[in-house]
Write a protein that binds this ligand. Structure first.
Ligand SMILES: Nc1ncnc2c1ncn2[C@@H]1O[C@H](COP(=O)(O)OP(=O)(O)O)[C@@H](O)[C@H]1O
Ligand SMILES: [Mg+2]
Length: 244
């Protein structure tokens, strides 16, 4: 594992270097690396199948994870029947696998923190694993679900009919479990606001490099546009979650 070269993996938004070498992904270590490693080891120990395995640190001091074949998705047309329910179930199992564990500290469970489709490996259009666990932390299951529901089901770009978005939301919620409709929509809006506020601060932070600030601009626009869509169609989304 001493090789420093490999296939640079793009598609992520962080400035950390992510490189594939054979069956492994090597990534620059950061402040959260030790906690992330502990979480991934715990998930392996309990047989949680929807995460890469933590394989240790390479000769260059980078974290090493198992490489999971497949692809990320950014549009419903790339997903198969049942994809949204599976994404919901995968997150639910993470919350169940960590609730009450010391890794959750005094919070409800360990949350992934960034379980969007851009951090989910799919095969044949169905999600198989969440990747990019650098944001995992003790937290609130509903917050994590709100972010999952937003990033998987709501999009103001891509010409997805709002009725389809509502149906995906229903499917994802049913895959996760019994969660109140109003609380879920509230959690989505909260997550959109959290990202908009955090990325607005990054946008104006002169210590950040231009690439990171350009990302912040796109993230603010993304979160605000998707929040406006949820607010505009609040009633439709509520009834999709409640009907039947
Ligand atoms: N364990 C993995 N298995 C397969 N692909 C991965 C894995 N980790 C990362 N990737 C690929 O590399 C890209 C960037 O990695 P990610 O961990 O999401 O970093 P970033 O912080 O840049 O978002 C991902 O979008 C995915 O395509
Ligand atoms: Mg990522």
């Amino acid at each position: 594992m001493a090789e420093s070269t490999g296939e640079r993996l793009v598609g992520g938004n962080s400035t950390a270097e992510v490189v594939r070498i054979g069956d492994a992904v090597h990534r620059t270590r950061g402040a959260r690396s030790d906690f992330t490693a502990d979480v991934l080891r715990h998930l392996e120990a309990v047989g949680y199948p929807h995460a890469p395995r933590y394989l240790g640190v390479d000769d260059l001091g980078r974290d090493v994870f198992s490489y999971l074949p497949g692809n990320t998705t950014d549009h419903p047309s790339q997903r198969a029947e049942g994809a949204y329910a599976l994404a919901g179930t995968m997150l639910r199992r993470l919350h169940e696998a960590t609730a009450g564990h010391p890794l959750a500290g005094d919070r409800e469970c360990v949350v992934h923190g960034d379980a969007g489709p851009f951090n989910t490996i799919c095969r044949d259009g169905l999600p198989v694993a969440f990747i990019d666990w650098t944001g995992c932390a003790p937290g609130s299951a509903l917050d994590d679900l709100g972010y999952l529901a937003w990033t998987w089901c709501v999009q103001s770009v891509g010409h997805v009919p709002i009725e389809d978005q509502a149906a995906h939301l229903r499917e994802l919620r049913d895959g996760y479990g019994d969660v109140d409709a109003g609380a879920l929509i509230g959690a989505m809006v909260e997550q959109q606001t959290r990202i908009a506020v955090a990325e607005t601060a990054n946008l104006h932070d002169p210590r950040l490099d231009p690439v990171r600030r350009a990302h912040a601009r796109r993230a603010v626009d993304w979160a605000e546009a998707d929040r406006a869509l949820v607010q505009q169609h609040h009633e439709l989304l509520l009834s999709a979650l409640r009907d039947g």
